[in-house]
Design a protein around this ligand. Sequence first.
Ligand SMILES: O=C(O)C(=O)C[C@]1(C(=O)O)C=C[C@@H](O)C=C1
Length: 322
Amino acid sequence: MAATTGKSPVSSSFVQKLNPRTSYCYQDSYSTINLPRRLRRIHSQACNNISSSSDQVPDSVHKQAKAIELQKLIDDDSRDSSISLPRPLTSASLSNLATEGSRLRVAYQGVRGAYSESAAEKAYPNCEAVPCEQFDTAFEAVERWLVDRAVLPIENSLGGSIHRNYDLLLRHRLHIVGEVKLAIRHCLLANPDANLEELKRVLSHPQALAQCENTLTKLGLVREAVDDTAGAAKFIAFHKLKDAGAVASETAARIYGLNILARDIQDDSDNITRFLMLAREPIIPGIDKPFKTSIVFSLEEGPGELFKALAVFAMRNINLTK
Ligand SMILES: O=C(O)C(=O)C[C@]1(C(=O)O)C=C[C@@H](O)C=C1
């Protein structure tokens, strides 16, 4: 499918155009009547078939046939209780997916060479990382079954929590199924015919610019925020800019043919970003190993409300972490 080639970022308008009929079938059956997984799949096929019905046969005949077919499936399904519930991913099935070499498709925000792409590859070593223009597009790509997972940077050791991305988790209905920590080692990149003295400005993701605050101030460069680090590298390469550099990874330098003017320019050598892996279905925690569960809740205003809420965890010896 064009959206999964990994060559160019997926835009939200592109996601809209992709076979909306099939996607709606999945979505409708999932959210409104909560059909088991097997039925959901077949329900979408039924929708496709209806769309390609031949001209000679009256529509009512097709609809009746589909109704009978669907009723038979529901009857069959209710006889077999083992398949009558949606089947969430288990931790075992997840690790199989990663090691069997099946190419899991993982959406990330940015272009080739972004740190999120490296995070996707670290979490799922054999995956096909799918670049998306915006985070919303990456989420939507999972929700519409175009990809299997999305990657989301959530916290950085220097910059702290990425609040905008926490909000995205609330706006969408995806589940956190894993996390990876990635050491972020920023480079100052420039076109081969540019040199440090000529640089006046530097482009990058706002988080990356903030992580290199000291170095960039010392160099006296004007900061310009763009969507992702690799996008900045691509931009200065494409426009052959001589007065602008980019803060991005060594991988981005290689992909876009840029020179590395300085390495490890982040303010702290221990610069770690934590990324979440998101899926349509949750993992049901087992008892074989410790699991981390994320909870979001709000409280009434009042003395001791937070204390009382946190006591619920303390009394059950549950460790709280970020
Ligand atoms: O721009 C990128 O390359 C990203 O993957 C995004 C991002 C972020 O949002 O924090 C990821 C890691 C670094 O902390 C800097 C930028």
